[in-house]
Design a protein around this ligand. Structure first.
Ligand SMILES: [Zn+2]
Length: 137
């Protein structure tokens, strides 16, 4: 299929379509579900449309891709060879937005956990301990 969009338009589209229902998200959802928590998905009424909202517990979980959200890990440290400046700005804008969203949510009384995509690669090592710590109390 021919790509009818200019690069600028395409990148705009990509930034608008935040990936939903990704594999990392599904892993987190099923883990949270197994721990007996009820959640809402992608609540657009809250800053940053959090991936999981646990209203009964006042808790919110973001599932962040390491590349897009500049995680300090081997996946997040990848630097694209082309348009390096463009990507650098885009990703640092995302980090700024993430921080602002978390601050606003905390101000509203929510507890916020950021889960990183790389944690879901071997869930027992990082994901599960972090989730348990966050959800139990
Ligand atoms: Zn990572």
């Amino acid at each position: 299929m021919t790509d009818v969009h200019s690069p600028a338009q395409r990148s705009h589209n990509m930034s608008r379509i935040r990936s939903r229902n990704t594999r990392p998200e599904m892993i987190v959802r099923s883990a949270v579900h197994r721990m007996g928590c009820r959640y809402r998905l992608h609540d657009r009424s809250l800053p940053g449309s959090p991936d999981l909202v646990l209203p009964a517990r006042g808790k919110i979980i973001f599932v962040n891709g390491c590349f897009w959200h500049l995680h300090n890990c081997r996946y997040g440290r990848v630097r694209p060879a082309n348009n390096a400046e463009f990507w650098e700005k885009k990703r640092s804008d995302t980090v700024t937005r993430d921080r602002r969203n978390r601050q606003q949510l905390r101000k509203q009384g929510w507890q916020v956990l950021t889960v990183w995509e790389c944690w879901t690669r071997s869930p027992d090592q990082k994901l599960m301990p972090q989730l348990e710590k966050f959800l139990i109390d």
